[in-house]
Design a protein around this ligand. Structure first.
Ligand code: MN
Length: 246
């Protein structure tokens, strides 16, 4: 299984979850929310080679943690993966908009200066703004839009810019989410849980609990579930072969 956007550190027992993922050889991108938490989060996955730890700076914390940009830059050489980063244009986050832009732009510039990174991106109600900033920094690396919820036109633009997408059971439960997934290039789709934020039937998805996403992708791609799984597996291989270690 492949879970390329999961907040491992936010589960009640991250070590146990990490061990469970490792035992099942689940490919996980463990995303973070603040630079200062990065090393602790990475430590939780020590001895679990299928868990990659990303350096994150969540847009919801951009204003409050602005001073951690220095920490971000210092740690960037330690990982090939950045996330969760991005912008959130929902009304309740509008008051921190300028700080969000400042932080995200800084991050993209740092990634560019470092030779590019794989970047897991939050773009809720901000897809166009995220795209503009990515366009400004074309050398920042490979963006992966996590739980993309923009318009079909914005999706098209993201595809033109070379973006990838990670989709999960929660996103694919809605018709809108499935319609967007159907427009994504099959060769640039990965799966994710966004656990423990994403829920199914009133409980948080567990790391790696992406089975339902493969079931839905198989319907969208009109293939067997196991074929959808092998497509996503080969996509991940392609992505990771394209990156040079920091
Ligand atoms: Mn997330």
């Amino acid at each position: 299984m492949i879970d390329f956007h999961c907040h491992l550190e936010l589960y009640k027992d991250p070590l146990a979850e990490a061990k469970r993922c490792a035992a099942k050889k689940m490919d996980v991108l463990s995303v973070g929310t603040t630079p200062s938490a990065f090393r602790g989060t990475r430590r939780m996955a020590q001895g679990c080679p299928t868990i990659r730890t990303a350096l994150g700076f969540h847009p919801h914390l951009a204003a409050q943690r602005m001073s951690e940009l220095e920490t971000f830059d210092m740690l960037l050489s330690e990982t090939a993966y950045v996330g969760e980063v991005g912008l959130d244009g929902a009304p309740e986050h509008r008051k921190t908009w300028d700080a969000q832009i400042k932080v995200f732009r800084h991050i993209l510039r740092s990634c560019e200066a470092a030779g590019g990174r794989v970047i897991s991106i939050h773009s809720r109600r901000a897809a166009s703004d995220v795209l503009s900033l990515l366009e400004e920094e074309p050398g920042s690396g490979t963006p992966i839009f996590h739980w993309f919820s923009g318009s079909p036109r914005e999706l098209e633009k993201a595809v033109e810019l070379g973006a990838w997408f990670s989709v999960g059971p929660s996103m694919l439960r809605s018709k809108r989410g499935r319609d967007l997934a159907a427009r994504m290039p099959k060769a640039r789709v990965l799966t994710e849980t966004d656990g423990p934020f994403a829920m199914v039937q009133d409980r948080a998805l567990l790391p790696g609990e992406v089975g339902d996403a493969f079931f839905k992708l198989a319907q969208i791609w009109n293939c067997e579930t196991k074929e959808a799984l092998s497509t996503v597996r080969s996509n991940l291989k392609t992505l990771e072969n394209s990156i040079s270690p920091p």
